[in-house]
Ligand binder design. Structure first.
Ligand code: GLC
Length: 479
């Protein structure tokens, strides 16, 4: 496929930039983790702009209802056969296209009921990516924006101007090198990495720009110890690798107007936050409504470091603090949390699952919010907690460093507490420091207000995305 060349004209700046945005998740249509929230937030924010024309494409996992639906087909590839494209209005996202065929329809996007990845995930997401490339031919956007490995193979088939966002390097989508015999395009060899087919590596090599989801993560992944093997490929991109932190959707994360809370509050009515704490304690079966509550809302996976925090429960008892944990994921972590919460219900309340309403009530009702992540490309929960006046306590990794400023190290700008080391001791020290600040009610209010008044919205990050789209378009126009 030849790169579509656009004539360079002076009207380029005023002409809306047409973007095809592809992701495996966008809330609420398909949601597993932060990718879903980040995609949805950016999509909704881009849609408010008249200098952007946006098409969105997601996999059709089945069961999604679209309004005003129309159906078309794409040729697909040998292992998929023809692909069905359903286009229509999706809840909260607006107009989207869903690409599907039988193998794409599953109850969970990635894993079976035991938590193991579907065996045919390479067939599914490489097939989807081929579909995205074919859709791009039909829609003729200025820029194709792919997100994480599930959409990375698009760039094997499509030579259009492109942007690739790294939400995490923890998953790169490696598959057998034999795939190169199936994907016979000129560009397929870019995906060969150490004898495997590596979608993330190929997209990092081929995209016109690579975005990491925070400036600090963009730096971290150049370090061999933190790049999950891709530092060489990444450093080869020089200035084409940029970090843009995610935003949060402030229309959904606003404590003054939150349908999941009985009483709203803002930076000038912080006393009403106590109401949310009362409600949360009642919901979790805690009679004590005074002692500090540390909220945790997370996927129970290695990355999120919950084990570091669970090991601290006996020490928190002595500090008079307890943990309100909501999450689901790996069995070893949920068993451990369940066991601890049965033995020490006053120290740990564990609600297993994914519950948007309870998540909002934890962000509002907790006093502190803990994120003991081993790595965290951006992280959204720390921004959500600050928007709710709940002081974050985090490890010094990825986007947490870009958003949380330690209030002991920088009293004038501090909005939370950052552990010095990524381990239990570091977190315990940071929690103790946070509790000291929390007990000092004037200092507490200062930190809360600072977090609440910061603009965590998508406005600025979206502006930075649009600048990249524009520059990719104008580069391709002058080629
Ligand atoms: C991934 C990362 C997380 C990031 C999210 C959205 O889930 O682990 O840090 O916030 O993607 O970009």
């Amino acid at each position: 496929m030849a790169r579509a060349k656009k004539p360079a004209t002076t009207s380029l700046a005023s002409d809306p930039v047409h973007v095809l945005f592809a992701s495996a998740e966008a809330a609420p249509v398909a949601r597993v983790g932060g990718l879903a929230e980040a995609s949805a937030g950016l999509i909704r924010s881009l849609r408010t702009r008249d200098d952007v024309r946006l098409d969105v494409v997601l996999p059709d996992y089945g069961d999604v209802v679209l309004d005003d639906e129309s159906t078309s087909t794409l040729p697909g590839v040998s292992w998929t056969g023809p692909l069905t494209v359903r286009t229509g209005q999706a809840d909260q996202l607006g107009r989207v296209s869903l690409i599907g065929w039988e193998a794409m329809h599953r109850p969970h996007p990635y894993v079976d009921e035991t938590g193991l990845g579907w065996e045919d995930n390479a067939d599914r997401f490489f097939g989807f990516s081929a579909g995205v490339a074919q859709l791009a031919e039909a829609l003729d956007p200025h820029v194709v924006h792919c997100n994480d490995w599930h959409t990375a193979m698009t760039l094997a088939w499509s030579e259009r101007p492109s942007v690739y966002t790294i939400h995490t390097l923890g998953y790169q989508g490696q598959a057998d090198i034999g795939w190169l015999r199936e994907i016979t395009t000129d560009r397929a060899s870019a995906f060969d990495r150490w004898g495997e087919l590596n979608p993330a590596a190929g997209a990092i090599r081929l995209a016109d720009r690579v975005i990491a989801v925070s400036p600090n993560y963009a730096q971290e992944i150049l370090d061999p110890a933190r790049s999950a093997g891709l530092h060489g490929v990444l450093s080869g991109r020089g200035e084409d690798l940029v970090g843009i932190r995610n935003g949060i959707d402030v229309s959904l994360w606003n404590p003054a107007d939150d349908p999941h809370l009985h009483v709203g509050y803002g930076p000038t009515s912080l006393a009403d936050k106590a109401e949310a704490k009362h409600e949360l304690c009642a919901e979790l079966g805690w009679e004590d409504v005074e002692s500090p509550v540390i909220g945790v809302v997370t996927r129970l996976v290695e990355q999120k470091g919950l084990d570091l925090l669970l090991g601290l429960i006996p020490y928190l008892d002595r500090a008079g603090a307890r943990i309100a944990l909501l999450g689901s994921g790996e069995e070893r972590l949920s068993l451990w949390a369940r066991d601890l919460s049965t033995r020490s219900p006053e120290q740990l309340a564990f609600v297993e699952g994914y519950d948007v309403a309870l998540a909002h009530r934890i962000f509002a009702g907790a006093d502190l919010f803990a994120m003991p992540s081993r790595f965290e490309p951006c992280g959204l929960a720390q921004m959500q907690s600050m928007a709710y006046g709940t002081i974050p306590v985090v490890t010094p990794v990825g986007g947490l460093v870009d958003t949380v400023i330690d209030a002991d190290a920088d009293p004038d700008a501090g909005n939370g507490f950052v552990a010095v080391t990524v381990d239990g001791v570091g977190m315990l020290d940071a929690i103790h420091r946070a509790l000291r600040a929390w007990h000092d009610t004037r200092r507490r209010a200062r930190l809360q207000k600072r977090g609440m008044k910061t603009d965590w919205s998508w406005d600025q990050p979206t502006e930075q995305h649009v600048e990249i789209y524009r520059s990719v378009r104008s580069d391709s126009a002058v080629e």
